[in-house]
Ligand binder design. Structure first.
Ligand SMILES: NC(=O)C1=CN([C@@H]2O[C@H](COP(=O)(O)OP(=O)(O)OC[C@H]3O[C@@H](n4cnc5c(N)ncnc54)[C@H](O)[C@@H]3O)[C@@H](O)[C@H]2O)C=CC1
Ligand SMILES: O=C(O)[C@@H]1CCC=N1
Length: 268
């Protein structure tokens, strides 16, 4: 299987590098294309894949075309690719909001996979939800799942609604975690810790809490109870969060991302 990644930004490059290291593909089978001269310059220094700047040189060679450009660049890109694409090729898109129907119509291809990864893919700890059009066979889907798994875990979902929903949870989610971390680091600095010490205290607190959660069957609520002593410091913090409706605000934020994903699909 020959794979072409279009868009060598954050996500495209992460996927290209992860796939190139996996046993599923070798160097000759991985192509990458970008339209930014600076990006091409830096890509040529990486020897893991073949770099292209012209669609006509690489699109016809690909079995699987992986789309990793911003959603607002997709329409123009699809127009250029449509005359070069061949039935049987599989398009896989990680673009937020861009629907399977839009991909099929824009590219003139029936075999389409929509996926939603997240940035921890960069360290092999990503989670990618995906779903496919009926034309993609089970065996093709298995290969695609193996490719997605090179960046972490994958989750097959039953419909596109869950791709938009997972955009609001896991796709955008790392930014919510960073928001929380930033807030705690700012509080630590205000309490008088150095930047380095603030970072150490906060990053280990997150890492340790996630590790505890992952190694047990307990819910986050149960873990909160274990930290909070009656009348103690944690209770004071949790009460302050409850009084300020923080949980509802976080849910609202996740829904804002979910709804924005749906809107992006309509904007095209
Ligand atoms: N950054 C993230 O955490 C996540 C991003 N996504 C999705 O991944 C996609 C890419 O996002 P990022 O990697 O963050 O963006 P980015 O801006 O870092 O990368 C996009 C790349 O596409 C290139 N590009 C633009 N138009 C092109 C064209 N016509 N032909 C070839 N290359 C072109 C740009 O030069 C750039 O290198 C987006 O659609 C986004 O919705 C999905 C999940 C997480
Ligand atoms: O913010 C965005 O639109 C993309 C999709 C999920 C994460 N980044």
């Amino acid at each position: 299987m020959k794979v072409l990644v279009i868009g060598a930004g954050n996500m495209g490059l992460i996927y290209a590098q992860a796939m190139s290291k996996s046993k599923l593909l070798n160097k000759r089978n991985l192509m990458i294309l970008d339209n930014s001269p600076e990006k091409l310059q830096s890509l040529k220094k990486i020897s893991q894949f073949d770099v292209y700047d012209r669609l006509e040189d690489c699109v016809p060679l690909a079995d699987l075309i992986f789309f990793a450009v911003k959603p607002y660049h997709s329409e123009d890109l699809f127009q250029k690719i449509k005359p070069l694409a061949k039935q049987g090729q599989i398009a896989i898109s990680i673009m937020a909001g861009v629907t399977i129907a839009t991909l099929q119509e824009g590219l003139g291809l029936q075999k389409v996979v929509r996926a939603m990864p997240n940035l921890p893919a960069q360290v092999g700890k990503g989670v990618t939800s995906y779903t496919a059009s009926d034309a993609v066979s089970r065996i093709e889907l298995l290969t695609i799942e193996n490719l997605l798994d090179t960046t972490g875990k994958s989750l097959k979902v039953s419909s596109e609604k869950y791709i938009d929903a997972s955009t609001g949870i896991s796709g955008s989610g790392p930014a919510y975690v960073f928001y929380f971390m930033q807030s705690m680091m700012e509080a630590a600095l205000k309490m008088g810790f150095s930047a380095n010490d603030s970072k150490l205290l906060v990053s280990h607190t997150f890492e340790g809490a996630v590790e505890l959660f992952n190694q047990s069957d307990l819910s986050p609520n149960k873990w909160m109870e274990k930290v909070a002593s009656k009348g103690g410091t944690t209770r004071a913090a949790l009460d302050s969060m409850e009084d300020n409706n923080v949980k509802e605000l976080i849910k609202e934020a996740a829904y804002a991302a979910f709804n924005r994903a749906i809107e992006l699909g309509k904007e095209k």
